[in-house]
Design a protein around this ligand. Structure first.
Ligand code: ATP
Length: 554
């Protein structure tokens, strides 16, 4: 296909606003694509390379302005192009606004073998790949030369889409969903089959070709490939209560404060990829060593790399990112900040793709890959007990981690999805300062110690209860608090104690719910004691109004 034909199709697609019309136009493009199908499936999304490749053209805007300026003629400078961009607001429109000479441009320049040298999609793709491969000193100049050669052969419509393509600003309204639906429609295969093949391969171009040439059965044979990174499965924010409502048991793991890494081991060598699929093998030699010395069969693992200090305690995640970006003097960087891998998932083991297996199965496989005494595999607890999960969260926070992950143990691995099967629970951003207006004596051995405290917020004429807190207080703290509250006991009835408001607790919680159980009309779900606000009196406690606002904003 000539690039001019693609540019016309892109223009027509861009002019459509209805999703169905856009999908139909892309479907037609794919049906007519012939040998250019895989390239067009990428171009239409503004991509030159498949999504799994971190390779880029590495063309900055300035370089593109220079190429356009040169193609536009002697009187135009890169500054002029930039100025026009400031006026027009979009590089495609700017490139299209110059007379770049179209096909005659290059002929006049003496190249291209004559006046009828239409740029084809295949040729453009090949030239852009060549451009991406240019390296070393003088590479910027060579890139401008190649790009200038391409612009010189463009009509104004072509120039607009070329500029948008090379600067990754295609934006004609075609996203991954459109391409998926169009591939399915063009080659009469189920959308789900296309989706699955894309999930494992991360390559729309290849999937489109397989759909066309081999149909549904061909798509089913697309598998994970060692060395071709998969999009990471992502998490939503969630609560313990919500997870236990949806699943019988939750798989609980520490949420490590580091950076995501995907490990690809081919049986001999390990390669590492970051969350955006960039290769980070060289900057992380100790992770490579860990994997290569432990594994003996091909595998794809998902995990988090954390930076640790000399005691093995975690350092802020910025330290890991610094290691990820380090290209030179890795050995020196390694001495400053060590990194460790916590592997938490296994996508492939010894020839078997595990994406469709349950998390529980995948985690078992993961554990079986490493020696029993290895601490690489992140521990996973299965629990249906909210208190047990809260204790795990407290342990994770005490160990300097970010919180916990709650995962559906029965769920498959869904690449690129931010679904409900993985939920992250970080410590509460909001806390409440509550006046303590009551308490309860403990039982048995702790009958003389207060064990639970009634929390209240301020109202116009006093205080209204919002819950009781017992979690998060150590026995030692309870002894101190009992001593502190005794002078404020107003009355007692069995184990129940009414306190004059004198002390303010800072508490965390998962959620505020409307509730008839408490005088405020609200209840804190899973309240946790954080500290005594020594700097506040009950008059400074949070108000019912704030609770109402927080409840609304959840
Ligand atoms: N045990 C774990 N399981 C899964 N992800 C984990 C785990 N420990 C740490 N993580 C990190 O937590 C992230 C989960 O949250 P999410 O999918 O929303 O990613 P994110 O957008 O990078 O969010 P965040 O900024 O909260 O890390 C993962 O991407 C991963 O980097």
């Amino acid at each position: 296909m000539e690039f001019a034909a693609f540019a016309d199709r892109a223009e027509a697609i861009e002019a459509e606003s209805a999703d169905t019309a856009i999908t139909e136009a892309v479907t037609d493009l794919f049906t007519d694509a012939g040998p250019d199908l895989s390239t067009l499936a990428r171009f239409v999304q503004g991509r030159v390379f498949p999504a799994y490749e971190s390779r880029t053209l590495d063309i900055g805007p300035r370089l593109c302005y220079e190429a356009i300026a040169r193609a536009a003629g002697q009187n135009v400078s890169a500054d002029d192009v930039e100025q026009r961009l400031a006026d027009m607001g979009e590089i495609g429109a700017v490139a299209a606004s110059y007379d770049l000479g179209g096909q005659q441009g290059l002929a006049a320049f003496g190249a291209g073998g004559g006046g009828n040298d239409a740029l084809t999609v295949a040729e453009l793709d090949a030239e852009l790949r060549e451009l991406a491969a240019v390296d070393g000193s003088g590479s910027q100049g060579t890139k401008v030369d190649i790009l200038f050669g391409l612009f010189s052969r463009c009509s104004s419509t072509e120039a607009g889409y070329l500029a948008r393509l090379v600067l990754s600003e295609m934006r004609i309204g075609v996203g991954e969903g459109t391409v998926r639906d169009a591939v399915a429609a063009a080659f009469d295969v189920p959308v789900e089959a296309v989706e699955r093949a894309v999930q494992v391969s991360n390559d729309y171009g290849m999937v489109a070709e397989v759909a066309r040439d081999e149909g549904e059965s061909g798509l089913a044979t697309v598998t994970l490939e060692i060395g071709r990174p998969v999009q990471a499965m992502l998490a939503q924010a969630g609560t313990v209560a919500g997870a236990l409502e949806d699943w019988d048991r939750a798989a609980v793991e520490w949420k490590y404060d580091g950076a995501r890494v995907q490990v690809h081991f081919d049986g001999e060598d390990a390669r590492l990829f970051s969350r955006n699929m960039e290769e980070v093998t060289d900057p992380l030699p100790e992770v490579v060593d860990t994997v290569e010395s432990a594994l003996d069969a091909p595998a794809i693992l998902d995990g988090e790399v954390v930076a640790v200090d000399t005691d093995g305690d975690p350092l802020p995640f910025q330290e890991v990112l610094r290691r990820f970006r380090r290209k030179h003097d890795v050995a020196a960087a390694r001495e400053d900040v060590a990194v460790r891998l916590h592997a938490f998932d296994c996508l492939h083991a010894a020839g078997e793709d595990l994406l469709d297996a349950s998390l529980e199965t995948r985690h078992d496989r993961l554990e079986s890959l490493f020696p029993a005494d290895s601490d690489v595999v992140s521990q996973m607890w299965l629990s249906g007990d909210s208190e047990e999960i809260e204790d795990l969260e407290a342990e994770a926070l005490a160990a300097g981690q970010e919180g916990i992950m709650l995962k559906d143990p029965t769920a498959a691995y869904s690449p690129g999805k931010r679904g409900k099967h993985w939920r992250k629970r970080k410590p509460d951003v909001e806390t409440l300062d509550c006046a303590v207006t009551g308490a309860e004596w403990g039982e048995g051995r702790r009958a003389n110690v207060l064990g639970s405290f009634e929390l209240s917020v301020r109202t116009d004429d006093g205080y209204a209860t919002v819950g009781n807190v017992a979690t998060g207080i150590t026995e030692e703290e309870l002894d101190d608090l009992t001593e502190r509250f005794e002078p404020h006991i107003r009355s007692e009835d069995g184990r129940d104690v009414v306190l004059d408001p004198a002390v303010v607790f800072e508490v965390g919680y998962e959620e505020i719910q409307a509730s008839q159980s408490y005088a405020s009309g609200y209840a804190l779900r899973f309240p946790r004691f954080l500290s005594v606000r020594e700097d506040r009196t009950p008059d400074d406690a949070d108000s019912l109004e704030r609770v109402e606002r927080l409840a609304e904003s959840q």
